[in-house]
Design a protein around this ligand. Sequence first.
Ligand SMILES: [Cu+2]
Length: 341
Amino acid sequence: MRQSPSARFFLVAGLLVVLGLALWAVYPEAGATSGAGSGAAQAGAGSQPAPAQGADAPTYEVFPAGTGSEGQKQLPEGQQLAKYRVENGVKVFELTALPVKWSTGDKEHEAWTFNGTVPGPQIRVKEGDRVRVIVKNKLPEPTVVHWHGMHVTNAMDGVPMVTQDPIPPGGEFVYEFVAKPSGTHMYHTHFNVLKQEGKGLFGTLIVEPREPEPWSYDKEYSLMIADGELGYTINGKSFPHTVPIKLKVGETARFRLMNIGNQIHPMHLHGFDFKIIAKDGRPLPQPMEANTLDLMPGDTADVLVTFDRPGTWAWHCHVISHVEDSKGNMMGLIQIIQVEE
Ligand SMILES: [Cu+2]
């Protein structure tokens, strides 16, 4: 008998869950992080800026019960905030590049991370803040960090042999810059990039504007899309282990999409159009409505979606080999949005 697409979806998802649970039994530390990483995962309280204007804390749940985010089910990858301290008015962050055992849900990998998670913790600051980031290298090879989209001085730009010497294993480098311009940005390795980024050495960098923005929304999420040695991942996980986003009918969400991968990912949302409000962190003079957005390598985009109907909606890359394996099983770059009454 021919199965309906949704029956097939749940059958495949169910089988993957069973497989995931079996893997979890074998690798209980999968997805768990080093001390530095778990510290970062607990950030977000205290002196941190609010995650979104007027927003409740985003609600997440592993769906359909993937092995995804053990140890931080309420603070999924890509959403945890980097801790900082303030020294003489400067916001001081610490990022340590280090290898960890990382589960994308479907597979175990040795990932190279900032502070133990893929992506690294979210650096979230206000436009005009003076920011210092102490980067320590615990990788077996040199590295550097580039502040993608930021208007830093040349010496802080993180290009090895051009603006600085690579940070050797065991070494450190102190970056300092004024946070500008506002918007959705990224930080990432700029050394042996195909390998280091492919293994997870990247994170999100959000600069909140000083002036209020002309749009409003209820919830906010970052979706960092990657490809490489970890496979096709959103916030460090591969479907069905990508962490679903749960919303209520009538809510508007802002999504900060980022392509830190090496390939083009046209992200198509089922059932709704979104409003593209910013590209590479910069507000568009005229927002544009669409339901598929080509994210070139290095692109970021901000979109707003109002979910006016309930359902389990897919948002996925439309390069089919990025969302289906050779046997036709769904995997990779699929994000589930669960909209409930
Ligand atoms: Cu793709």
